[in-house]
Design a binder for this molecule. Sequence first.
Ligand SMILES: [Zn+2]
Length: 278
Amino acid sequence: MTLNSLDAGPVITLTVDDCWKTHARSFEEAFDSMSLRGVFYVIAGYVGKTVGGFQFVEWDTLRQMTAVGHEIGSHSFTHTGSALGLTTKAAQLFRLVRSKGLVRSARLTRALLGLAEEYPGKHLRQDEEVAMSKVVIEREMGRACKSYSYPGGEPSSAFMNLARDAGYTSARTIRPGFNYLRSFEPYALRCQVWDEWTTARTADKWVDKAISQNLWLIEVFHAMNLPRYPYSCSESALNEHLSHIRSKQGEIDNLTVSETIEQTQRNLQSESMFQTIS
Ligand SMILES: [Zn+2]
């Protein structure tokens, strides 16, 4: 037995940011049709609402997604962190959340959910965005929300600390690259972002590279077939690419972000146990 035998194989994770209603559903259908699973990073304060003319996915749909194995992560509360905190009810509620840890009080939850109604289009402080979204998602989904995706994608080190302190086990950036399974920064996960110019051929090469170099590939999607939106992907390119991923079943594992984090931690633990007993 060698330490290498404990190594995890390459991993592909499919992630969707923002989760506009029709687009999130289209991605889920595409993933489901190939029996692939993904991570949907939602803007907690916008779920089920129309903000700025955009409709966002509903909680019921998200609950159905988790039932077939998709993961729901947080993409903040209102998609950005402002330097200006709301000194009103939002900040008071947040202090209450922080002092109580995970929210178990129905009264507090109702108040938190009311915030999304009360402050559409306004932004909370960064720490509020990070922590409040987790609380609201966990309450609505009835399960832990472990994964964060930075709105805007490029976090400061202070922001990374916020994600860790709020209790997430990982946070994804939009920094281009791959993650080394043996040594990655869990609060600065790298990825490959699909845009309107991404072809199936390009994306297939990411998968092939992850397989040949034993890497963790995270792909990021925002919208599908949305005209004049640069981060939209072509439906036909996506489907062709998902078929390629399916054809590599056995060579690369399709896992969610939190599953990959947990698998990596288990491997590291068994490695240290092995080192202790050998
Ligand atoms: Zn976003």
